[in-house]
Structures are given as C-alpha cells and as structure tokens.
Design a protein around this ligand. Structure first.
Ligand code: GLN
Length: 494
C-alpha cells in the first residue's frame, strides 16, 4: 500500500521514527490534490504554503528529539462550517463567502495542539443542510467511487477527500447523519459522538440540540485516534459534558463474544434497497461467527423520526440563522434602499434555496398559534424516540442497521425532490434526536460497486465500546482497504 493510501496511524509512526518526513508527505499530498481535485471537488480552500511550513516545523522538532503531539505531521481536512482563524469559514454559503473568523474552534485548537497539519476546508451542503453536498453555494463534490454520484452529505467534501486519499483524516458535523451517511456512501469510517462529548465551540450552529462534530477516517483505529484528540470538556460550550475521556485506542482489539446486538425491525422496512439489505445481513453473519447474540428489537416511534427532526432542526436553524443580516459580518446586499430592504435583500441574495426553505419551515413551526401543534408536539415525540432507545439498551449492548437505505445516488437524482432527499437520513436521524453515539463502517458493496455502510449505535458516552465493536468487524474483513478507481498509480507519491 502506498504512503498516500496508508492510514494516519501508520503514517504517524513513520514520521515519528523519521522513516519519512512530514514535509515530503505533505508535498506529495498536494501533488495528488492537484490531480484529483478537478474530479472530486472536495475542498473549498486549501492552504499549501502553511501546510508545508507546519510540516517543516514538525520535522525539525522530531529531529531535535522533542516530544510531539498525537497527530504529529498528519494532514487533516476540516469541514468548512468549523471556524479557523487563518482560513475562511464559509459554510458553503454566499452569505459567508469572505468570512474569516477571529478565532479557532475548540477542535481546531486541539488539532493544532496535537501537531496535526490542517490542509484545507472541505465542501458541504450550505450550512450543513442536505444529504448530497449538492446544496453547496459553490460547487458539487463528487463521489470518488463514481464521479457521477454524490458523496452524500452534508460532510461530503470531508468524506470524498478521505476516500480519495487527499486527506488522512477529516472532521465533519452530524446534525441528522451528516458524518455517518457520507462516510457510508464513500466507503470510509464516520463517528457521531454523544451529544456533549465533543465541544461545538466554533462550529457554526445549525440545529443546536442535535449538532455534533466527529471524525471521518480510513479505518476504525484512526477514528479512535481522532476521537482521542477532539473529545473532552470545554467550558466555552455550555452543552459540553464533564465526564472523563477514556483511552479509545487501549483495548480496541477486545473480543465481542457474548455481546448482544439488537436489530430494530423498523430499520429493515420499505425503502431499504435489496442489495443494501443483503450486505448488512452478510455483515451480521461475520459478527455471529465472532460469537455475538443477535436479538430482534423494536424502536416503535421510528416512523416519526424524520418528521420530528425536520421540525426541531428547522426551528433551531431559523433561529440560529437570524444572525446573518448583513450588519455584523458576511455578505451585504449593495442595492438596497434603507435598512429593512438591506436585511431582506441580503438574505434573499445570500442564502440558497434549501436554506430559505428551512428558515421558512422553521419560523412557521415556531410561530404563535402553531408552536404547540408543531414544535411542542415534536419535542414530546422526540422524548418517546429517546425512550425507545433507553428501553432497547436494557436488552442489548448495541444496535445495528444500515447507515443509509441506498448507496450513493446520481447527482441530480434527488436534488429537486426535498422529501426524497430527507428520507436519505431515515436511519441516522434517530440517534441525533436521542443524543446517542453512532458509527458507520464500510461493510460491502452494491451491485454497481458502490460502498455500503453498517451503522452501530450505543448508549450515551459509549464511543469506546462502539469503536471496539467496529474494530472487531474490520479485523475480519477488508472492505476498509478497498480503494476507489481513481487513477492513483501515475501520481507522484502514490
Ligand atoms: N441531511 C440532514 C439534513 O439535511 C442532516 C444534515 C446534517 O447532519 N448536518 O438536515
């Protein structure tokens, strides 16, 4: 396996032992970015100069025998809704096109403290609203497995970059599936941590009671490594929870024998594509071979999850996005007459259609006379959905399901049908509503040779267990080692 195809964990050891230089790695990575970026369009901005500069510094420190961080010299990409002091943070929206934040997000600071090299910011659906990255205000990211297909979304740029080996790891955000679904569609690993496990300070808010930042990586070990860096309490995020961070790498090889795995019948119903179903059944056979117990369970309120999510998330979004008014930062319309006209034109010109749709739906759900019927009712049903999980976890250690009902779909196929697009997240949304952690791991391929993801869910703060369960599968299979058919061999450094 070539250096660019290696995992972050493997590379880190080579850098620390001085077998390779971080600067050489970063240079060949940028050569590869230049070759493949035209096809995949994963980045909104890259910063080669700074990356090279940082790599040289790391190499010098290693040469001097100094201690270096957990991500020493590893090139990492960051979703462009996470604030970076030195780089623009646009949320793929025209309204923030030239915005450079005055501070780093907590997790960006953590990356820097652990000596990661931030190579650029990745494309997303505008303000993370979407499941295909087609809602970006700037460009459409493509799936490296088939350039006519979407990479999923909204962290499509991060997923595509990791799958195409132009970033060793990436960060995304997951409000209703935006880490797990693109990870599944691009054949990589994605983790949505427990609500409160990772600080959201500096993550541009979408649905504040749902948003979480998490890793997108080439394998489970790398996900554990990145979790180690980003997890932990932060007083700047009032929803951050003060519970100790375990050592995610330690004991990752633990046996899964005797583990009880719940299979929710509601997740294997209409809408699930038959080859996805077959691949998931095969994955469960691998676990059975490892000695787990498979238990049929029910999560009876699943059918309301998508509706509840689109009320809660949009209500929160309509409030969070009120701040883009052309006054404080970002785009301002320059053909307005008076302040009210300026607000309205700024927002009309700055936001894309999906964002406007959600602001309108959210404001409607919160408006007086409708609040009880929509927002309040949705909040109550949300509790029922959470209760379903609590009851299930009394009987099982984890829950398994497909991550997405379908593999990557064609660009344009769902773009004009918001409802169909919303249904892409039917299996990922409930975990956000309940606040529990989830992981998606590559577990097979469709007939068209597109990756399929297995979702594993566990109780609050049980990320360590999730990683162990996921690793048990990875060790038995080689789906995570498969590479998309981009032309790699002719590239320098590949
Ligand atoms: N696809 C979902 C939505 O459009 C989830 C997005 C996300 O997790 N950021 O709202």
């Amino acid at each position: 396996m070539s250096l660019l195809q290696s995992t972050a964990y493997q590379i880190k050891n080579k850098i620390i032992s001085r077998e390779i230089k971080s600067v050489d790695l970063v240079s060949s990575l940028f050569t590869r970015i230049k070759h493949v970026e035209n096809n995949i369009q994963a980045f909104i901005v890259t910063d080669e100069k700074k990356a090279i500069h940082d790599a040289i510094e790391i190499d010098k420190r290693i040469e001097r025998g100094e201690e270096v961080g957990l991500l020493a010299g590893i090139p990492v990409a960051v979703k462009d809704n996470i604030c970076t002091k030195s780089l623009p943070t646009t949320c793929a929206s025209k309204i923030l096109q030239n915005f450079i934040p005055p501070y780093d997000a907590f997790i960006v600071r953590r990356l820097k403290e652990e000596d990661a090299i931030i190579i650029g910011k990745t494309n997303l659906d505008e303000f993370a609203m979407g499941s295909s990255t087609e809602n970006s205000g700037f460009k459409i990211t493509r799936n490296p497995w088939n350039l006519e297909c979407v990479p999923g979304g909204s962290s499509g740029g991060s997923a595509s970059a990791v799958a195409a080996d132009v970033a060793y790891m990436a960060l995304g955000s997951d409000t209703g599936g935006s880490i797990r679904q693109p990870a599944a569609l691009c054949g990589i690993v994605g983790v949505k941590p427990t609500y409160g496990r990772v600080s959201r300070y500096g993550l541009v808010a979408f649905g504040s009671s749902l948003d979480q930042i998490g890793p997108l990586t080439k394998d489970v070990r790398d996900a554990a490594l990145l979790m180690q860096v980003i997890a932990g309490y932060d007083s700047c995020d009032s929803t951050s929870v003060k519970v100790p961070v375990p050592d995610y790498m330690e004991g990752i090889e633990s046996d899964v024998k005797g583990l009880r795995i719940g299979i929710p019948k509601e997740y294997f119903a209409t809408g699930l594509k038959s080859d996805v179903h077959t691949v998931i059944k095969d994955a469960l056979k691998v676990y059975k071979r490892l000695g787990v117990e498979i238990i049929d369970i029910s999560l009876p309120h699943t059918e309301y999850a998508v509706a509840v999510y689109y009320i809660v998330a949009n209500a929160e979004a309509s409030s969070n996005l009120a701040r883009y008014d052309g006054v404080r930062y970002g785009y301002r319309s320059n053909n307005a007459q008076g302040v009210i006209d300026m607000y309205s034109k700024t927002r009309a010109e700055g936001f894309g259609n999906e964002v406007k749709r959600r602001i309108m739906l959210g404001n409607y759900a919160l408006s007086s006379g409708y609040y009880d019927a929509y927002y309040l009712k949705a909040s109550r049903v949300r509790t029922l959905i959470k209760n379903d999980f609590d009851a299930a976890f009394e009987k099982v250690d984890c829950i398994m399901s497909p991550t997405s009902p379908v593999p990557a779909f064609k660009i344009g196929e769902r773009a004009n049908n918001p409802l169909e697009m919303y249904l892409s997240d039917i299996y990922t949304i409930p975990a956000n509503l309940a606040g529990i952690p989830g992981i998606s791991i590559p577990c097979g391929f469709s007939k068209e040779h597109l990756p399929i993801g297995l979702q594993i869910l566990a109780k609050h703060f049980e990320e360590k267990k999730l990683l162990q369960i996921a690793y048990a599968f990875e060790r038995e299979t080689d789906f995570h080692l498969k590479k998309p058919p981009l032309n790699v061999s002719s590239l320098q450094g590949a």
